[in-house]
Design a protein around this ligand. Sequence first.
Ligand code: HEC
Ligand code: HEC
Length: 243
Amino acid sequence: MTTPRLDIQKKGGSILGKARLFVALLAFAALAGCGKAEEEVPVLSAEQLQQLQTRSESYSGMDVAQLQTDAEAQILAQELFVAHCARCHGPDGSGGRGLSKAQKLVTGVFNYGSSEEAIRTTITEGRHSLMPALGATLGEVELGAMVAYVRGISTGEAPGTFDATAKEQFAEFCVKCHGLDARGNPAIGSADLTDGYWQHGNSMMNVRLTITRGVDAQCPAQAGIITAAEIELLVSRVLQLRK
Ligand code: HEC
Ligand code: HEC
């Protein structure tokens, strides 16, 4: 007989209930705040964004190399980065924040290439990377061997030590995108699996998840949202963020 009790609670306890909910929400907010090591990313008003755009105009025509060495330009470029990029990449480019799966820009290791030109295209046109979910294709037992194989490649383990099936399956299902040498293909943004940098994590669990779930990651296009001058400043900033 739980129904009457529920009724009584609903009627008699509505204020108390709301108060409880409020306290619970406060506690949750406090906990979420405490657990957050990440810096807050401010959201700018339309007017503030306009001001950034106006200030950026004075740098139009300057090339990226010049912008990189101009202290004032870099201050502005960082403000632009916080305004347009930080919510996914973090204010200092050290994210993937949250669920964005974004690249850690401080590594300077980019799937579509790390040249000035490649970065300009990334920012202007955006990037959308897709890897199919391949767990079922490989099979449950084989998946474990593939995880070991892929992690082994990046540590330069001798190829002879690898599971023969994993090697065969890699050739059959992975080489077309990641290449015979597993170094990836910048034309489709498939990751270099040998470089020791793991955008999606290198634990056994993470690599397993990447292969079973596949990847669908997107960096939004900025063309039409920000100006050419702002894009050049951001290209210079991304190059400067490399550590
Ligand atoms: C909505 C989230 C989001 C925002 C905002 C965002 N990015 Fe990205 N960015 C991503 C994701 C996700 C990836 C990884 C895409 C992939 O794996 O192919 C990425 C990848 C990149 C890369 C590396 C691409 C490569 O070759 O691997 C660069 C450089 C980059 N972003 C720069 C920027 C800059 C500069 C801005 C601001 C103008 C920005 N991003 C804004 C999510 C975002
Ligand atoms: C259709 C093309 C395609 C195929 C086939 C493919 N991949 Fe990928 N893979 C990609 C792309 C694109 C990325 C980069 C995703 C991103 O930008 O976040 C990627 C990323 C990865 C990553 C993550 C690397 C990191 O830095 O965290 C792993 C691991 C991986 N692939 C393993 C494999 C394995 C193993 C196979 C075969 C079983 C395979 N891939 C087949 C396109 C492919």
